[in-house]
Design a protein around this ligand. Structure first.
Ligand SMILES: [Cu+2]
Length: 298
């Protein structure tokens, strides 16, 4: 039932899978608990509408979260060309590897004094108007990293964990399926039950990413191990985003599986003290790499 490290590159019929999921029945439904789901949509400016998408279901049982996610349409492989790698600040060791997509549960973190509005950025988040929404620019929307959805054995990391930006344990490839049960921090649990947890998949596709993302260094101070300069913003910028919401079967055709979601949609606590530097710094040091569509084909 659990495909642990099978995440990298299970490329096959994901599109079909996504469609099925979108239609209703949660794929991974724990015996009990509350199910939350999100449609992962293209972040404006960063990913053309419809070019990439996904769905994620999170079933919460105490601090255990059973996650089932399908994503498609993202960048597939890293470039192999040394010049391209150098230009983007990607170490040669990553040449040709599956494009890693670091992904997190973001949200407010009271312990850090970091807010998060529980929203995905709109194009208005591009505060410097360069056509790109960077991690920093989206920080007010979704807040700092609360949990990392990695492929590492045992699971997840809090916002201080190196796992958060470790590309070696990030799911990779243009399409992937991610199924596992992880232990959540209290901040993550609180964010989810208050409707402020936001799933963010990082790493833009050079084939359709804003030009600025190739030339501007990332704004979270991230330099990949072995690189001579900070990785380009394309690596850390949010590609897909979705707000986790208690599963409301009423919105689904034929709806049936309703199990008391109402209580989980509590009034949002207005902890959104938008914007601390902390939120920004942690908000997505995503990591990743990218590839230039120029020569490799997908
Ligand atoms: Cu993130």
């Amino acid at each position: 039932m659990q495909k642990k490290n099978k995440v990298l590159l299970s490329a096959v019929p994901i599109a079909a899978c996504v469609a099925a999921l979108g239609a209703g029945a949660p794929a991974a439904h724990a015996a009990s608990g509350t199910t939350y789901r999100a449609t992962l949509a293209a972040v404006p400016l960063n990913t053309p509408s419809g070019a990439a998408s996904g769905t994620i279901t999170v079933t919460l049982n105490g601090n255990q979260a059973t996650i089932s996610e399908h994503v498609s349409g993202l960048a597939t492989k890293l470039p192999t060309d040394k010049k391209t790698l150098d230009a983007l600040g990607i170490p040669a060791a990553f040449a040709g590897a599956p494009f890693p997509h670091v992904q997190h549960i973001h949200g407010p973190d009271a312990a850090l004094g970091a807010g998060g509005a529980g929203t995905c950025p709109t194009s208005a988040a591009d505060s410097n108007h360069d056509g790109l929404i960077t991690t920093g620019e989206a920080g007010d929307n979704y807040g700092p990293i609360l949990s990392t959805l990695s492929t590492a054995p045992g699971g997840t990391g809090d916002e201080k964990s190196a796992d958060a930006t470790n590309v070696k344990i990030a799911p990779g490839g243009g399409s992937f399926t991610y199924n596992r049960t992880i232990t959540l921090s209290s901040a993550s649990q609180a964010a989810i039950t208050s409707g402020k947890a936001v799933i963010v998949v990082h790493g833009l596709n050079p084939a359709n990413a804003p030009k600025a993302s190739l030339t501007v260094p990332n704004d979270v101070g991230l330099t990949l191990p072995g690189a001579s300069k900070p990785v380009a913003a394309i690596a850390t910028s949010p590609a897909l985003c979705g707000v986790l919401q208690a599963s409301q079967m009423s919105t689904m055709p034929g709806g049936g599986v309703n199990t008391g979601f109402a209580s989980t949609k509590s009034t949002t606590n207005t902890t959104a003290m938008a914007g601390g530097a902390a939120a920004i710094a942690l908000g997505g040091a995503g990591v990743v790499l990218m590839r230039r569509r120029k020569h490799t084909t997908v």
